[in-house]
Design a protein around this ligand. Structure first.
Ligand code: SAM
Length: 293
C-alpha cells in the first residue's frame, strides 16, 4: 500500500477519541499525530502523506489514548511552563493549572536576588524544575515521599542538569516530618506546593483513577491532610516576608485560607481563582520584615 493522507487518519482518530469520552479529541488526535511524524502540532499541514508503518504506529497510540491512558503518558512527557518532564506509571502527571501557581511564585520572588525556593510534594519535579529554569540564580529544593515518584524526579532533575540547567536538590522526605529541611529553617523565600488534595471518595475520570497514584491525588476524607502538614512546614521554613502558595481543591476556597489564617506567623492570606472563576490556590506571607544580611 502506498502513502496515505494523514488528515484522514487524524479525523478518524478524533472520532475514535470522542466516542471513548476523551475531553479534547481534536487536540489529542493532532498532538499524537505531531508526535508520530515528529513536527510541532502547528506544522501538521506540512505533512500531507505518511507511510503505512507511521499510520500503524499512530493508530496504536490513538488506541492507548482511547483506553483513557493520559495523553502525557502516551507521549512520555508533560509540559509545565518552560520545562518538559518525563512521566509515566507511578508519577502524577503535571497539570496546566499548576502554571498559575508557578507564575504567582515567580512574581513573588521577582525582586529577590538568588532566592531560596522549596517545592513540597514535587512528584515528577516539574514545578521545581520550572522555577530553576525561570530563575537560574535560585537555589531550588524539592521534597517527595513516594519512591516511584522520586525515581521520575531524579531522572528529570538529572536530564535538566545535563542540559546545563541549575541543579535542583531533591529530598526523599515526608512533609509531615517535624524536622523537615531543618537546615533551611527561617531562610526560605518561597514555598510552592501542589499536594494531594482531592477528598477521598470523590469520583475522578479514568485517566486519574487508573493512572495517577492515589497518594498523589487523594488527601484524606476532607482533602486537607497533607495541606495541614504543608502549612506547618512552611511556617517553619519561610523567612520573614517569605511567601507561600498552595494549590487546592475547588471545594477548599474557604478551608485553606482559614488554615493559613490560623497560623499566627502567616499574614496577607489570599485566595486565587482561575480564568473560569474556579478557586485554585491560596497564598500567604510570613509575617515580619525581611532581616538584612
Ligand atoms: C498532586 S501531586 C503533585 C506533583 C507535582 N507537584 C506536580 O504539580 O506535578 C502530589 C505529590 O505529593 C506527593 N506526596 C503525597 N504525600 C506526601 C507527603 N506526605 N510528603 C511528601 N510528598 C507527598 C505524592 O507522592 C505526589 O507526587
Amino acid at each position: 500500500m502506498g502513502r496515505q493522507p494523514l488528515r484522514v487518519a487524524v479525523l478518524e482518530a478524533e472520532r475514535t477519541l470522542a466516542a471513548a469520552g476523551v475531553a479534547s479529541p481534536r487536540a489529542d488526535a493532532e498532538l499524537l499525530a505531531a508526535h508520530v511524524v515528529g513536527v510541532p502540532r502547528g506544522r501538521l499541514m506540512m505533512v500531507p502523506l505518511v507511510d503505512p508503518p507511521v499510520l500503524e504506529e499512530y493508530r496504536a497510540l490513538v488506541a492507548r489514548r482511547a483506553a483513557r491512558e493520559p495523553l502525557q503518558h502516551v507521549l512520555g512527557t508533560a509540559v509545565l511552563g518552560p520545562v518538559t518532564v518525563a512521566v509515566g506509571p507511578g508519577v502524577f502527571t503535571p497539570r496546566p493549572e499548576t502554571e498559575l501557581l508557578l507564575e504567582w511564585g515567580l512574581k513573588a520572588i521577582s525582586g529577590v536576588a538568588s532566592p531560596l525556593v522549596v517545592d513540597l510534594c514535587t512528584g515528577s519535579g516539574a514545578l521545581a524544575l520550572a522555577v530553576a529554569a525561570s530563575r537560574p540564580d535560585a537555589e531550588v529544593h524539592a521534597v517527595e515521599a513516594d519512591p516511584a515518584a522520586l525515581s521520575w524526579a531524579r531522572r528529570n532533575v538529572a536530564t535538566h542538569a545535563d542540559a546545563g540547567g541549575t541543579p535542583v536538590v531533591l529530598h526523599a522526605a515526608d512533609v509531615r516530618w517535624p524536622d523537615l529541611l531543618s537546615e533551611l529553617e527561617s531562610r526560605v523565600d518561597l514555598v510552592l506546593c501542589n499536594p494531594p488534595y482531592v477528598p477521598n471518595g470523590t469520583p475522578v475520570p479514568p485517566e486519574v483513577r487508573v493512572w495517577d497514584p492515589p497518594g498523589a491525588v487523594f488527601g484524606g476524607s476532607d482533602g486537607l491532610v497533607v495541606i495541614r502538614a504543608v502549612v506547618t512546614a512552611s511556617a517553619a521554613l519561610l523567612r520573614h516576608g517569605g511567601r507561600l502558595a498552595v494549590e487546592h481543591d475547588d471545594t477548599h476556597a474557604d478551608a485553606v485560607p482559614e488554615l493559613l489564617r490560623r497560623r499566627r506567623v502567616l499574614t496577607d492570606v489570599q485566595e486565587h481563582r482561575d480564568l473560569t472563576g474556579r478557586p485554585r490556590y491560596a497564598t500567604a506571607r510570613r509575617a515580619g520584615l525581611p532581616s538584612r544580611a
